[in-house]
Ligand binder design. Sequence first.
Ligand code: S3P
Length: 179
Amino acid sequence: MPANDYKREDPPAKQAAPIFLVGFMGAGKTTVGKALAQRLGWEFWDLDEKIKAGAGKSVATIFAELGESAFRAYETEAIKACRGQIESVIALGGGAYVSAGNRSIIRAIGSAIWLDCPLDTCLARIGRETGRPLLGSEAEMSALLEKRRSAYGEADHIVDAGVGEPDEIAARIIEALRF
Ligand code: S3P
């Protein structure tokens, strides 16, 4: 096939490929993701919202009725469904990038940015919000973050999400991606 022919299974050009935001609960994946999508003129998607729409149940209800492993299976299916999507910023749930399988699917689809944010800032942002089944004591959250840190560190880029307004963090992501 001539080099410039289009092959259906070709991945989208890197510049149009989805950007996945990964990181701990409260790191700002949704707020920064919306700001980033606005700056790029792209669509914003929240993976948990896609799961909710597909399952017809909230994340908390899926955890309560079916358990965490069923939620993780929904999560993997929702990530796979992002294949072929272009010009999209996708905020993942805090546990989605922990699975090596999910990471390799994401790597084949687009870029991953770790919004690295200190635990106290994450906890302050979460505040009294409910609906996060894995929300525990400060010590439990600290242990969970430490357990996940090396997985998050496999993202293509790491951006400090502990300082700055969402739009400023979005600008730093664009800089990191050299758009
Ligand atoms: C989870 C984080 C949540 C949600 C689910 C599990 C996690 O998303 O996907 O409750 O394992 O850290 P946020 O990171 O948006 O809170």
